[in-house]
Design a protein around this ligand. Structure first.
Ligand code: MN
Length: 216
């Protein structure tokens, strides 16, 4: 069981040098309570948002170039990336030059989510199975994002050999509140209130003390 779960992070770990990045190596944790989500802004070779949902002890992850929108007419491209460890949801800092994903990261939004019917419907699917089948809906309850969203695979998957592409779309609801995705350079962390630039100025690049999850 834990071996299987650990296997989920092998791609994540394989891309990183944990003696050179402050990103967490990752331990698998059973969260209990509502599953969490996080949206990070990542000023890498190209600016993007990382959208992550807790599923079975890891963070399922998509890179969303334009970020999630509260406008139901916006279809936001979401490219799957490797599962990340749960501790990554609080990672804010600078990934050193030359390392995978080099650049500054802030936590733009975080909170909990609730799987919605339509993904875990009469077919009796779990949320994880719905994602495997390429469509899941969920309600976000974050500091900034609220309401129902859908993730839908439109290319690749199911053994096609093609790289998967998904869309992240806000669902129409009677009462919609929320805001469009921010200008990433001006956006502030939900954890620390800092901008990308402030994190880049304040965080050391290579210190390896107190990696989250390594010492508990
Ligand atoms: Mn990223």
């Amino acid at each position: 069981m834990s071996e299987n779960r650990d296997g989920k992070l092998s791609t994540y770990r394989g891309k990183r040098h944990f003696d050179r990045t402050r990103e967490p190596r990752g331990e698998i944790v059973g969260a209990g309570g509502k599953p969490v989500f996080v949206v990070q802004i990542h000023d890498a070779s190209s600016m993007h948002f990382d959208f992550r949902l807790e599923v079975d002890g890891v963070l399922k992850s998509w890179s969303v170039p334009k970020g999630p929108s509260a406008d139901v007419h916006d279809k936001r491209l979401a490219m799957p990336t490797e599962d990340h460890p749960m501790e990554y949801r609080t990672f804010e800092g600078v990934i050193a030059g030359g390392e995978y994903g080099a650049g500054t990261v802030i936590v733009w939004d975080e909170g909990t989510y609730e799987p919605l019917a339509g993904s875990t419907d009469d077919k009796g699917r779990t949320f994880a199975e719905a994602l495997e089948h390429g469509h899941a809906t969920f309600r976000l309850d974050g500091a900034k994002l609220h309401g129902a969203y859908a993730l839908t695979r439109f290319r690749g998957g199911e053994g096609s050999g093609e790289r998967e592409s998904w869309l992240l779309v806000k669902k129409k609801e009677a009462r919609t509140h929320g805001r469009p995705a921010p200008d990433p350079q001006r956006a502030r962390s939900a954890l620390s209130g800092r901008t990308l630039r402030q994190v880049a100025e304040e965080e050391p690049e290579t210190a390896v003390e107190d990696l989250p999850g390594d010492s508990g």
